[in-house]
Design a binder for this molecule. Structure first.
Ligand SMILES: O=C(O)C(=O)C[C@H](O)[C@H](O)CO
Ligand SMILES: [Mg+2]
Length: 403
């Protein structure tokens, strides 16, 4: 028995907001879990503080599966991003505790390493095709074996995934949502030329990826998939909103461009049909948004039966605590595909000292017992929460669209 004697939520903003849950057991062992839900952070803080923590005190931290079921079924109101982020934070903190008590890096408890490291993809973006390709070249020089390409769309003032001049890309950029304009026609004209040029310059030994960010209809996505076939993408991500999973049948029938979906999924039920019918190649659900390591292992096992590999979301709104958990998970599951890497700022890294590392395009969680990441609470306290929303997108006639 490792009795939970306290659980606290820590909110900090070292360049961007993060929510972290810290659980402590009677013998002084602590574990942490990421609970960050970009743009809706405080809803998870309240869910944890007001509704979850009171249920944790006095429980045995080692009974991870039982606590997961207790929080999921016990709430009666199942699923949803707020609930599943909160459960994820508890779950990861408990795995951290268990692995620390065992004196092992977490991946050893998850079955051990299935590979030498986790291949990651970086983000190359620029206002023009040439700027984007130059960024991609820089990534390849740093050792990346896979790069996501996003370029500005001629005729649109701003584009998803493209940084403002001289700045890092960080989408949650306003105390109220900033508004951007979208034109499917302009966008569709711009994508194939980007990848044509990328293959000319980068050759064929680097994996190329692209994120549509939910902005096409299935038939438009099918057209784009066909147009991109000559450039052999590693994946085309979120080609269409995935609430209607059956919509992917149409895309799948038309194109062999591999598909990745699921960064906004929070349970296996969001991707059950996509996986069962083999409508996708990679599932993008990740630890913090999809119920933690316990639930992600369930999704990965189910996906493995259908030749679907993982491809966990890893943007900067997922804290280093989530990155560490994703790497232990990715190193251990048999059907790992790739891990997204959008490096955090030095300020964020200082608040979350960690054992994971990057080398030759691969990441490894390190050998420290537990997750191998801690939170420097004194430093964290210096960075106060700042409300920051994700943008919204409108069509050129003013219609609210998918961002
Ligand atoms: O990293 C990606 O693929 C994204 O689509 C990033 C998301 O827009 C971001 O994480 C939203 O918070
Ligand atoms: Mg995405």
């Amino acid at each position: 028995m490792a009795e939970i004697i306290s659980a606290r939520v820590i909110v900090t903003c070292p360049d961007r907001n993060f929510v972290t849950l810290k659980i402590e057991t009677a013998d002084g062992t602590t574990g942490i879990g990421d609970a960050t839900l970009n743009g809706r952070e405080l809803a998870v803080v309240s869910y944890l503080q007001d509704h979850v923590i009171p249920c944790l005190i006095g429980r045995d931290a080692h009974r991870i599966e039982d606590i997961w079921q207790y929080l999921y079924k016990g709430a009666y109101w199942r699923r949803g991003p707020v609930t599943m982020c909160a459960i994820a934070a508890v779950d990861v903190a408990l795995w951290d505790i268990k692995a620390k008590v065992a004196g092992l890096p977490l991946y050893q408890l998850l079955g051990g390493a299935s590979r030498e490291g986790c291949m990651v993809y970086g983000h190359a973006n620029g206002a023009t095709i040439e700027e984007t390709i130059a960024e991609a070249v820089r990534h390849v020089e740093q050792g990346y074996r896979a790069v996501r390409l996003q370029a500005g769309v001629p005729g649109l003032k701003s584009t998803y995934g493209v940084a403002k001049p001289g700045q890092r890309y960080e989408p949650a950029d306003g105390a109220l949502p900033t508004e951007s304009l979208w034109s499917t026609e302009k966008y569709l004209r711009s994508v194939a030329p980007l990848f044509e040029r990328a293959r000319e310059v980068l050759g064929w030994d680097v994996h190329l990826l692209h994120d549509v960010h939910h902005r096409l209809t299935p038939i438009e996505a099918a057209r784009l998939g066909v147009e991109l076939e000559p450039y052999r993408l590693f994946w085309l991500e979120d080609p269409t909103p995935a609430e209607n999973q059956a919509g992917f049948r149409l895309i799948r029938e038309k194109t062999t461009t591999p598909l990745a979906v699921g960064e906004i999924f929070n349970t296996i039920w969001d991707c059950k049909q996509l996986i069962e019918e083999q409508l996708i190649d990679h599932v993008r659900a990740t630890i913090v948004h999809a119920g933690g390591i316990t639930h992600m292992r369930r999704i990965a096992s189910f996906a493995d039966l259908h030749q679907v590999r993982t491809g966990c979301h890893g943007a900067t709104d997922l804290s280093p605590v989530c990155m560490a958990a994703a790497l232990h998970f990715g190193l251990s599951v048999p059907n790992f595909g790739i891990q997204e890497l959008m490096p955090h700022t030095a300020k964020t890294d200082a608040v979350f000292p960690h054992a994971y590392s990057f080398k030759d395009g691969m990441m490894h969680p390190g050998e420290a017992p537990g997750l191998g990441v801690e939170i420097d609470e004194e430093l964290a306290a210096k960075y106060e929460y700042r409300r920051a929303y994700l943008p919204v997108a409108r069509l050129e006639d003013g219609t609210l669209f998918n961002w």
